[in-house]
Design a protein around this ligand. Structure first.
Ligand code: GLN
Length: 478
C-alpha cells in the first residue's frame, strides 16, 4: 500500500514510529497525482516537488508532513487562486487565507489547487473554466460540486486531506458522491478570511477527508476566532479528536419526513434506511420529525445566495484582479466586456438573478421575504433539538450522475442540493459520511446534522457509525 493511500492519522502514527518519512509521503502522493490525475482532473495547479520536499524535511506541528490540497477559492501567497474562472486568470494573492496559514503553522504540506465549479456556483464541477473533474468511481460521471476537485482528489488518494467550501452543500454533496467524509462547520466556527466570497452569510470552509478521525483532526486545526473575520465566533475550540470512540447509546436521532419524499432515489433511500438501523443497533433512539419549511429551502437559498453573490462579485471588473478584456472604448465598455467574457454562463445567470432580486421594487418581494423564510427554516431546526441530539438524512437525493446529464437544465442541477441547503440557511454544522453503494458501485452518503457548535455530537455519531461499518474502506480502482 502506497503511503498516499493512508489516512492522516495513520501517517502520523507511522511518522512517530519512524516507519514513514515525510519526504516519502510527498513522493508517493506526487507519484499518484502524475499517475491518475490525467484521468481524474482534480488538480489545476500542483506545487513544485523540490519545494514540497524541502518543506516536508523540517515540518513540525499537528499535521507535520501531511499533504493537503486546497480548493481554488482559498488564497495562498503568490500561488494561482482563480475560483476556476477566466476572470481571475493570472491572479496570485498577496496574502494567505487564515485556514491556509493555520495549515502551514501545523506543518501541513500544501500540494496545490483543486478544481471547482466557477466561483462555487454548481453541483457537478462542470462549470469550471478548466473543464470538468471526473468521479474516481466512474470517470463518465461528475464528482459533485462545487468542491468536486477536493472530493475527487481525496477519493483517488491524490491528497491525504483537502479543504473545500460549502455555501449550500459544496463540501457534503461531492463528499457523498465520491465516498469520502466532508464537514460543513457551524457558521462562524472557521474564519472565512481569504476565502473568495460567494455568499457571505452562508459560506464556510471545511475538511474533506478519508475518515471521521481525520475530519476531527483537521477541523481542530482550522477552527477558531479570527480578528480578520468579524463573523467568526470567539468560543473555545475543543480537541475534536477527544470525541472519537464515544459510546452513543442513549442519544436520540431525528429523522425528518420531508427528506424522504419524491425525487429520492430508491437505492439511496435503502442505504440511508440501513444506516438508520445501524444507529438503532448502537442504542440510538430514532425519533420521527417534521421540518415543515424544508420545501421552501431551495428557492430561499437561490434568492439569498444569488443576491449576495451579485454584490460580492461586483469587484471583478477588470480593474484590480486577473483578466481584463482588450480593446475597450471606455471604462463602462471595459467593465462590461471584461465581465461578459470573464464569467461563464452559470456565473452570469446567478449574477443577473441576484441583481434582479435586490433591485428596487423587487427587494421586498424577494430578498426580504426570503430572509424571513430563512428564519422559519432555522426555527424548524431549533425546535427539533428539544427532541433529539442529532438529525440523520440522505446527503444527496441521487448518486453521481453522468457528465453532461444536467448541464442543460439548471433546475435539475439545483435539486442536487435540496438536502444540504437547509443547514447553510440555519447556520448549523453537518457532515456527510459514506453509508453504502448503489448497484452500479457508486457511493452513497449519509448526512448528520446537529445544533450550532455541536460538531462534537456530529463527530461522536459519525465515528461510531464509521467504526461499525466498512463503507469508508472501499477505494475506487483507477
Ligand atoms: N450547488 C449549490 C449552488 O450551486 C451550492 C454551491 C456551494 O455550496 N458553493 O449554489
Amino acid at each position: 500500500m502506497g503511503l498516499n493511500q493512508q489516512t492522516a492519522a495513520g501517517l502520523i502514527k507511522m511518522i512517530n514510529a519512524g516507519t514513514a518519512g515525510a519526504g516519502d509521503i510527498v513522493t508517493d502522493t506526487l507519484q499518484r497525482i502524475s499517475d491518475v490525475d490525467k484521468k481524474v482532473g482534480a488538480f489545476i495547479d500542483v506545487a513544485g516537488r523540490k519545494a514540497l520536499l524541502k518543506k516536508a524535511e523540517g515540518a513540525k506541528g499537528r499535521l507535520a508532513g501531511i499533504p493537503v490540497a486546497l480548493k481554488d477559492n482559498l488564497c495562498e501567497v503568490n500561488r494561482p487562486t482563480t475560483c476556476s474562472s477566466r476572470i481571475l486568470k493570472g491572479f496570485k494573492p498577496p496574502y494567505a487565507a487564515t485556514v491556509v496559514r493555520k495549515l502551514e503553522d501545523e506543518g501541513a504540506i500544501l500540494l496545490g489547487k483543486l478544481n471547482m465549479d466557477e466561483f462555487a456556483f454548481g453541483s457537478s464541477c462542470e462549470t469550471s473554466c478548466y473543464g470538468p473533474t471526473r468521479n474516481p468511481w466512474d470517470l463518465d460521471r461528475i464528482p459533485g460540486g462545487s468542491s468536486g476537485g477536493s472530493a475527487a482528489a481525496v477519493a483517488a488518494d491524490e491528497a491525504i486531506m483537502a479543504l473545500g467550501s460549502d455555501t449550500g452543500g459544496s463540501i457534503r454533496q461531492p463528499a457523498s458522491l465520491c465516498g469520502v467524509v466532508g464537514l460543513k462547520p457551524t457558521y462562524g466556527r472557521v474564519s472565512r478570511y481569504g476565502l473568495i466570497a460567494f455568499a457571505s452569510s452562508l459560506d464556510q470552509i471545511g475538511p474533506v477527508t478519508k475518515s471521521v478521525e481525520d475530519c476531527a483532526l483537521l477541523l481542530g486545526v482550522i477552527a477558531g476566532h479570527d480578528e480578520q473575520d468579524s463573523t467568526s465566533i470567539d468560543t473555545p475550540v475543543p480537541d475534536y479528536t477527544e470525541f472519537l470512540n464515544s459510546d452513543i447509546k442513549g442519544l436520540k436521532a431525528g429523522v425528518p419526513k420531508e427528506y424522504f419524499v419524491k425525487g429520492l432515489d430508491s437505492e439511496v433511500e435503502k442505504a440511508v434506511r440501513s444506516a438508520i438501523d445501524v444507529f438503532k443497533k448502537l442504542g440510538v433512539e430514532i425519533v420521527e420529525l417534521s421540518l415543515p419549511h424544508t420545501k421552501y429551502a431551495l428557492s430561499t437559498y437561490y434568492i439569498i445566495a444569488s443576491a449576495e453573490a451579485s454584490s460580492n462579485l461586483a469587484r471583478f471588473d477588470g480593474v484590480q484582479y486577473g483578466y481584463r478584456a482588450a480593446g475597450a472604448k471606455d471604462i463602462i465598455n471595459m467593465y462590461s466586456s471584461t465581465r461578459s467574457k470573464g464569467f461563464g454562463e452559470e456565473a452570469k445567470r446567478r449574477l443577473m438573478l441576484g441583481t434582479y432580486v435586490l433591485s428596487s421594487g423587487y427587494y421586498e418581494a424577494y430578498y426580504l421575504k426570503a430572509s424571513k423564510v430563512r428564519t422559519k427554516i432555522k426555527e424548524d431546526f431549533d425546535r427539533t433539538y428539544e427532541r433529539c441530539d442529532f438529525i440523520i438524512t440522505p446527503t444527496s437525493p441521487t448518486a453521481a450522475f453522468k457528465i453532461g446529464e444536467r448541464t442543460g437544465d439548471p433546475l435539475s442541477m439545483y435539486l442536487s442540493d435540496v438536502y444540504t441547503i437547509p443547514a447553510n440557511l440555519a447556520g448549523i454544522p453537518a457532515i456527510s459520511i459514506p453509508c453504502g453503494f448503489t448497484g452500479k458501485g457508486l457511493p452513497v452518503g449519509l448526512q448528520i446534522l446537529a445544533a450550532a457548535f455541536r460538531e462534537d455530537i456530529i463527530i461522536k455519531a459519525a465515528h461510531a457509525f464509521e467504526i461499525n461499518t466498512d463503507f469508508h474502506k472501499r477505494r475506487p480502482s483507477l
